[in-house]
Design a protein around this ligand. Structure first.
Ligand SMILES: [Zn+2]
Length: 108
């Protein structure tokens, strides 16, 4: 194996090691939101600055439609990380694919 080929193989291992676990992934956009409460006398009904929150949800598309899933406060850090993981995993796949294509084009 040539030096260059070894370096590319090593780079593949590094990229692969840095990937988040595939099990911890959510495709969507993590969004804070603010809402009104059930108390009709509360200021939140008349003053936008008094809305309650932030609460969190994930907006995602499926079958050409937009959906959302509410995220409990206890889950928000994990879900935010899962949403970030989605992008990191795709980026890693692109890097690995590019490295494999370089290896493919190299003479043995
Ligand atoms: Zn309120």
């Amino acid at each position: 194996m040539t030096e260059k080929r070894k370096r590319l193989e090593e780079k593949k291992k590094q990229v692969s090691k840095k990937l988040p676990p595939l099990t911890e992934v959510v495709r969507g956009t993590f969004m804070p939101w603010y809402g009104v409460c059930k108390n009709p006398r509360c200021r939140c009904h008349t003053d936008k600055k008094a809305l309650h929150g932030p609460y969190y949800r994930v907006i995602y598309s499926k079958g050409g439609k937009t959906h959302h899933a509410y995220v409990g406060l206890a889950d928000r850090q994990r879900v935010r990380r899962q949403v970030n993981n989605y992008g990191k995993i795709w980026k890693g796949i692109e890097q690995l694919s590019a490295l494999n294509l370089r290896l493919l084009r190299m003479k043995k």
